[in-house]
Each structure stands twice: as C-alpha cells, then as structure tokens.
Design a protein around this ligand. Structure first.
Ligand code: GRF
Length: 224
C-alpha cells in the first residue's frame, strides 16, 4: 500500500504532530509524515520529528511570500500530497493556500465557525457555551475557515478556566487529527458546495447533553 505523504507545519509544542507521528507508526495507517517544517528554530515539536527520524526544516523567513516559496519547495521535494497545519501560528500567503487547496488541513481548538482566531478557549468561556471542542478543516484564505472534515465535542464544566478547558480540548485534538487525516488519506472525503461528505461512515444521531438529563454525581442537590 502506498501511503499518502504528509508535510506538517508547526510553530511550537507539536503535540498534534506527535499524535500524527504516533498514528503513522502503525503500518496500516494510510499516511506517513514525510517532512516537518517550522517557522521557528525553537519549536519544541522539532525534537519530536528528530526523535521519530522524520526530516525537518526550519524556515525562519519573516517575509510571507518568501516563507511560502521555501515551504512549497520543501513540501514538493518531499512528495507531500497533503499539508497538515498543527499549531502553525503564521498567516499563510494566499498563493500557497490556493496551490494546496483541498490538500491542506488545519486543526483549531473550537467548534468552528464559533470562536475563530486567537484564544478560542477564552472566547468559549466568555460566551458561556456548554460545549466546545475542536475542528479539522480544509484551509481557505480566511483564517480558521474552510470545509469541515471532522469535529470533536467536549463539555465545558462549571469552574473551568482557560487551561483546564484547553487541556480537555487538546486531548480530543489528539484523537481527532489522526482520524481526519486518515479519512482524507483514504480518499473518503468529498467537498460538495463547500461541505465535506464522508464515504462509508455512519455517525450517531445524538451525541450529548450538557448538563446531562440526570446528574452524574448523586450528591448534586436540587435547588429549593
Ligand atoms: C492546538 O490547540 C491547535 O488546535 C492550535 O494550536 C495548538 C497547537 O498545539 N491550532 P500543539 O503545538 O499541537 O501542541
């Protein structure tokens, strides 16, 4: 089986990169990480690539078009068929986005289109939503927009702060990104009218209530 070669773009910690590396360690996984590119030399994720024996490059080019040209060259040299943005914190050149249209994924820690941009967990807490989560989507020119491949939902709990919510969402991200990349690599995704349809996949009609119909903790008292 020929595995789809993926180029992963990072700027920092690289825990989503790690989730993809771990998924691809299974030879049955339909994709492999061919190259990791960081715009920052101090990205901790680079050590993860190194530990996994994956080639990596630092492109610390501050000019947006120059960064895009260099990244494009590296991705093509690595025969990448898919780009995965994983905590990549720079705006991308529109020509680069067009060149990789429908072949570039991003993960964002909210249920898009809610809370795009910076600090989505803070935005979710400020809005008082009962659920948040994460989204993997094909990349379009506008930040955090594009056809949605997959989403994972997590509860927002009373007393959550940004760090607790971010940690809960991050755990979901690490499950969601490998799944979404796999569906794309298997050729199961079709974009129709800006929406992604997934072949051969059934999803439950009903996912969750928050609060649940009955308290999980029997000690929760009724007001009165
Ligand atoms: C993740 O929350 C991702 O959704 C967002 O940036 C964060 C990156 O974390 N785009 P990591 O570098 O993958 O650990």
């Amino acid at each position: 089986m020929e595995r789809l070669k993926v180029g992963v773009l990072i700027s920092g910690r690289g825990s989503n990169l790690q989730a993809l590396i771990d998924a691809a360690a299974d030879p049955a996984y339909p994709a492999e990480i061919a190259i990791v590119i960081s715009n920052r030399a101090d990205a901790a994720g680079l050590a993860r690539a190194e530990a996994a024996g994956i080639p990596y490059r630092v492109i610390a080019e501050s000019d947006r078009a120059a960064f895009a040209a260099a990244a494009d060259r590296e991705l093509r040299a690595a025969n990448a068929g898919l780009v995965a943005l994983a905590g990549f914190m720079r705006l991308l050149d529109t020509g680069f986005v067009a060149a990789w249209r429908d072949r570039m994924l991003n993960i964002h820690p909210s249920l898009l289109p809610a809370f795009p941009g910076l600090h989505p967990q803070r935005q979710a807490l400020a809005a008082g939503v009962k659920f948040s989560g994460c989204t993997v989507h094909f990349v379009r020119a506008e930040v955090d927009s594009g056809p949605i491949v997959a989403q994972a939902v997590v509860s927002v709990e009373d007393g959550d702060d940004e760090d607790r919510l971010a940690a809960r969402i991050l755990a979901a991200e690490h499950r969601l990104y490998p799944l979404a990349a796999r569906l794309v690599a298997e050729g199961r995704t079709r974009i129709i009218d800006g929406k992604v349809e997934i072949d051969g996949w059934r999803t439950p009609e009903f996912a969750a209530l928050n609060p649940p119909e009955r308290p999980l903790d029997p000690l929760v008292s009724t007001p009165g």
